[in-house]
Design a binder for this molecule. Structure first.
Ligand code: GLY
Ligand code: MN
Ligand code: MN
Length: 435
């Protein structure tokens, strides 16, 4: 079989969605450009659903899919504009875009409302991402159609959220997606290794952040998938710390949660290592517990098990570890039952990963945790965050540790996509000593 070109892949995804609809019209807009201040904008990021179905990255674009006996796939996008292209760069324009991206037709974005009245007529169901900027606009189109009722044209009677269908498609990664996610993971592993080699006491968190960004960018991953967390010492106990402006002290740990976005796909890695290159005894005790919890969770991330199995596996190891460290009292069962572990581990053990760092897809189906299946990608990221407290041994104060990898579920187990980022105490100390 010939390998599929990118265009064939996107055409196939659109067909798949049309089959799932299987009647009606879907309106899927890309993301708007967002002003940062004055006349500068945040770096443009397309909408993930739109890009998943089109591969088209220009702003001001909308995809229309018509399902049923005469399926159509139509793009609305910016027209060619010689003057704007001098300032902002190339744009495809509808004609070339239709050809290059495999649409049945394409029109200038200015014609969208007018054409929509035409296209929506006599379609039984309107699918779109309900609850955003498009509610008012699409209801107006529907009202315009209703006003034509006496001419025999009917407006859609039903409205459904297209994401119900798309989220489920995106949850299962195809080979093309997995190959991009592998590449993104590899770059992020290199970045974590670079950060370990670079870090010394006296540096600032933002200096280490700069090393991460350098490594992402030099491999063509221009943007992080989320704001990097570079948290020295006590800052690691603030889960979403992004200040990244403190000095790194001798004797502290550094927690880095950072991953690049490549080709529209996220990677998401956390590593925690000593600023001076050597774990103290107390740091090592806590680290080994989190590492063992992660190993147990990764072992549980396989088909037949459900989404919640890795979390439950991690919790059991953490609960025993917290008892051993004198952070929690009682038996493992009692710690789990009372949830006393939540003082030190207050988040869950992972999330779906894909185009979005917290990717789409239901975690429960029919009220039950869903079984893990081949093609799903999730993170496995247990941690332990010990804030100062009279009830906590003093040598553990301000230790914050998380270890996070990206895991692809395969037909008979799993593949850790981020294996190349040093993780054991020995590996980390070796990288920091020799490189
Ligand atoms: N970096 C975001 C997360 O780990 O969920
Ligand atoms: Mn994560
Ligand atoms: Mn993360």
């Amino acid at each position: 079989m010939q390998p599929m070109t990118d265009t064939a892949l996107y055409v196939q995804r659109r067909k798949h969605l049309q089959q799932k609809m299987p009647y009606g019209i879907a309106v899927i807009p890309t993301a708007p450009e967002v002003a940062r201040n004055a006349d500068t904008h945040y770096d443009y990021r397309h909408d993930s659903h739109f890009y998943y179905l089109s591969g088209f990255a220009e702003p001001e674009s909308v995809l229309i899919l018509i399902a049923g006996d005469e399926p159509q796939s139509i793009l609305f996008c910016r027209e060619k504009n010689a003057e704007r292209e001098v300032w902002d760069g190339f744009r495809y324009g509808p004609d070339v875009a239709a050809e290059r991206f495999g649409f049945d037709a394409a029109y200038p974005i200015e014609l969208l409302d007018e054409k929509l009245v035409e296209l929506m007529g006599n379609q039984p169901t309107l699918f779109y991402p309900i609850g955003g900027d498009w509610d008012v606009r699409l209801i107006k189109v529907r009202e315009a159609l209703k006003a034509k009722a006496r001419t025999g044209i009917q407006a859609p009677n039903a409205i459904r959220d297209v994401r119900e269908l798309l989220n489920e498609m995106r949850l299962f990664k195809d080979e093309h997606e997995v190959s991009i996610m592998r590449a993104a993971a590899q770059i992020s592993c290199e970045a974590h290794r670079r950060a370990m080699r670079f870090t010394r006491p006296g540096q600032y968190e933002y200096e280490v952040e700069a090393e991460l960004l350098h490594e992402f960018c030099r491999h063509g991953a221009r943007h992080p998938a989320y704001t990097s967390i570079v948290a020295g010492g006590a800052n690691a106990c603030t889960l979403h710390y992004v200040g990244n402006n403190a000095c790194l002290n001798e004797g502290d740990l550094l927690l880095i949660d950072a991953g690049c976005e490549l080709g529209g796909y996220a990677s998401d890695i956390t590593r925690t290592f000593p600023v001076n290159g050597r774990f103290s005894a107390a740091q090592k005790d806590v680290y080994e517990i989190v590492l063992a919890a992660q190993a147990a969770a990764i072992a549980a991330a396989r088909p037949v098990n459900t989404w919640n199995a890795p979390h439950e596996a991690a919790l059991r190891v953490l609960a025993q570890g917290f008892i051993d460290l004198k952070l929690c009292k009682g038996s493992v069962e009692a710690v789990l039952e009372s949830e006393s572990y939540k003082q030190f581990y207050m988040h869950r053990t992972g999330h779906w990963l894909g185009m979005d760092v917290h990717d789409v897809g239901e975690y429960k189906v029919g009220g039950n945790w869903r079984p893990l299946q081949s093609g799903m990608v999730l993170t496995v990221e247990p941690g332990c965050y010990i804030r100062p407290s009279d009830s906590v041994p003093r040598d553990l104060w301000n230790i914050g540790i998380r270890i996070e990898d990206d895991v692809l579920i395969t037909s008979n187990g799993s593949e850790v996509l981020t294996q190349a980022a040093p993780k054991t105490v020995k590996e980390i100390e070796e990288v920091m000593r020799h490189e």
